[in-house]
Design a protein around this ligand. Structure first.
Ligand code: NAG
Ligand code: NAG
Ligand code: NAG
Length: 276
């Protein structure tokens, strides 16, 4: 009686296991086929004035009639771009994005909802939602955009106001950079730095200077904008009233060179004559 009971139990267990496996398999296939939106895992850097590209891909059902794509700002729900009824729908588009956005219609059917935004500015930095719905489901992804402006070629000016010599560089970019001035031995030297916002939005105006009473110097201005992966290094070699001194060095150097050349020549002549 006990055995029979046990047999019944094992039979039930096997049946349960089979049912469970079937369920697991069903869940697995459903997960594998479920609808997803894929966006980059890290923020996208966009440089001032360039066209931003916001990647967004989804599992296509190869049916455009049920497809709805909405690009929206996460912070304030502003509509950046939308697409449904197989066309762009820009009635509710925020005026900030008017005439600046486009979807590649040839790629939508393949599951590519990537958006382009022209003339990128500081106000455009932030989080963008890519929301897609079709017969398979609905999903969303967030694309964070980071803004940076490459610093312009630094403009050099040198002011003499005896006994001071002021070396100054001016440039514009974003965000605030790292600045250094180095002496000829590569050592840090003291400097002035002024950073202010310009009237032109999304740029800092930077003015940095080095003041010395030494009439001759060899220094390096160094600027780094890590966000934009930019590094600028400019050397200033200045010699105010060192003409006589440098002339003497040049004369000494040429005498030294002549001596060296002469002795090498004499040695070579001696060497070959001895060989013969
Ligand atoms: C939008 O672009 C079109 C053509 O590219 C142009 O004719 C139109 O004036 C633009 N509208 C605005 C508001 O900039
Ligand atoms: C989506 O389209 C963009 C160009 O618009 C392309 O660079 C990207 O590789 C496409 N993605 C896929 C998965 O085809
Ligand atoms: C200036 O200093 C740099 C090192 O910081 C050196 O490589 C360069 O030769 C120097 N130039 C002159 C003219 O002294």
């Amino acid at each position: 009686m006990m055995y029979v009971h046990a047999d019944v139990l094992t039979g039930d267990c096997r049946k349960d296991m089979r049912v469970l496996l079937v369920h697991l398999f069903w869940i697995f296939t459903q997960c594998a086929a479920s609808f997803t939106v894929t966006v980059p895992s890290s923020p996208v850097l966009v440089v001032r004035g360039q066209t931003a590209f916001l990647p967004c891909e989804f599992v296509s059902d190869h049916n455009l009639s049920h497809l709805v794509i909405t690009w929206q700002r996460q912070e304030d729900q502003r509509v950046v771009h939308s697409y449904y009824y197989q066309t762009d729908q820009l009635d509710r588009q925020s005026s900030d994005y008017h005439n600046r956005t486009w979807l590649n219609h040839n790629l939508i059917l393949e599951g590519n909802a990537s958006l382009s935004i022209a003339n990128f500015g500081m106000k455009d930095a932030g989080n963008y939602l890519c929301i897609v719905s079709n017969t398979k489901g609905t999903d969303r992804g967030i694309v964070p955009l980071v803004y940076a402006a490459v610093y312009s070629e630094p403009r050099l000016s040198i002011h003499l106001n005896s006994p001071d010599v002021t070396v100054q560089y001016e440039t514009e970019g974003y965000p605030k950079p790292e600045v250094m001035w180095l002496g000829s031995g590569g050592q840090d030297i003291p400097y002035h730095l002024e950073v202010s916002s310009t009237l032109d939005e999304g740029l800092y105006f930077l003015k940095s200077s080095y003041v010395t009473q030494n009439p001759s110097f060899n220094i390096t201005f160094f600027l780094k904008n890590p966000v934009a992966h930019q590094e600028i290094q400019r050397h200033v070699i200045f010699n105010f009233d060192g003409n006589t001194r440098s002339n003497i060095s040049v004369i000494l150097l040429s005498i030294l060179c002549t001596l060296l050349l002469c002795s090498t020549g004499v040695l070579l002549w001696l060497y070959y004559h001895k060989k013969r």
